[in-house]
Design a binder for this molecule. Sequence first.
Ligand code: UDP
Ligand code: MG
Length: 320
Amino acid sequence: MIGGLITKNIDVVVPCYNEEEVLNLFYTETEKIAKSIQGYNFTYIFVDDGSKDNTLMTILQLAKENDNVKYISFSRNFGKEAGMYAGLQATTGDYVIIMDADLQHPPTLFPAMIKSMEEGHDCCAARRTTRKGEAPIRSMFSRMFYRLNNKICDVDLVQGAVDYRIMTRQMVDSILELSEVQRFSKGIFAWVGFDTEWIPYENVERTVGTTKWSFTGLFKYAVDGITAFSITPLRMVTGMGFTISIFAFIYIIVTLIQTFVYGIDVPGYVTTLSAVLFLGGIIEFSLGILGEYIAHIYMEAKDRPIYITKTSNIERKDKK
Ligand code: UDP
Ligand code: MG
């Protein structure tokens, strides 16, 4: 027994999108581990993120057969971030675990994670040590993203960190206080602070179903992540403008001197065109960066709900 005599409650939040093939297996595998850990009550909170297959049916069946299965079903697909937020909102346990439904996050880590909590950590998170089974190009871009992010953002992200973690009630409440609509959980987890222990694990390939990520989806995710946690790109635009102005000023002086010394000279077509195109490019790029931030402000200003529940067997707390 890890937890002493008092029974503690652990909520397991599982965002699900089109996971009908794996959910039953997920539940049996996870329960097998959960049952073997004495002193803890496990409750599952499945969040059906507007799945188009029979995910909801499968969850309803699981809830019918098992008392410890709760669910929230969205009115449409709101994305994994919204799913995690809704799941976290529904938790009441002493500890909260977040994990994927596809068994890529091995429940065999539960004992080690719980042990870490009992040792006094606020959080214990899993970190992939290999990227086996992932397209090399995806791994490469992923590594580039981490390097760039950690260079320009206030919060450092850990290489290989996945959304598989256990947290104290206090940390979960802090996360829920960040109620931004466009959520970047990897950043939010890091931003709230607290003492996190990292446990490494070997990447597990998805056995059933398919990944829900596309390359453009991941790219958008990376841009959102950076703009949500850093204003460095905006400063970069200022820096770029300043540098170009200095070069332009020097160029004007040089040209003026040339004109006075050697007389009026008609500047070359190529030079003019290059300058126009170069500056055009920089201006477009800068506008794009500004646009990203304006888009963030726009989306947040609308203050829409993060998700809409269609059905659930959980009483909704009066929060956003
Ligand atoms: N997911 C979700 N909503 C989405 C996409 C994914 O709730 O719009 C869930 C999905 O069911 C899974 C987890 O998020 O439990 C991770 O998704 P996936 O396995 O596709 O991502 P990967 O493991 O490839 O990063
Ligand atoms: Mg997966």
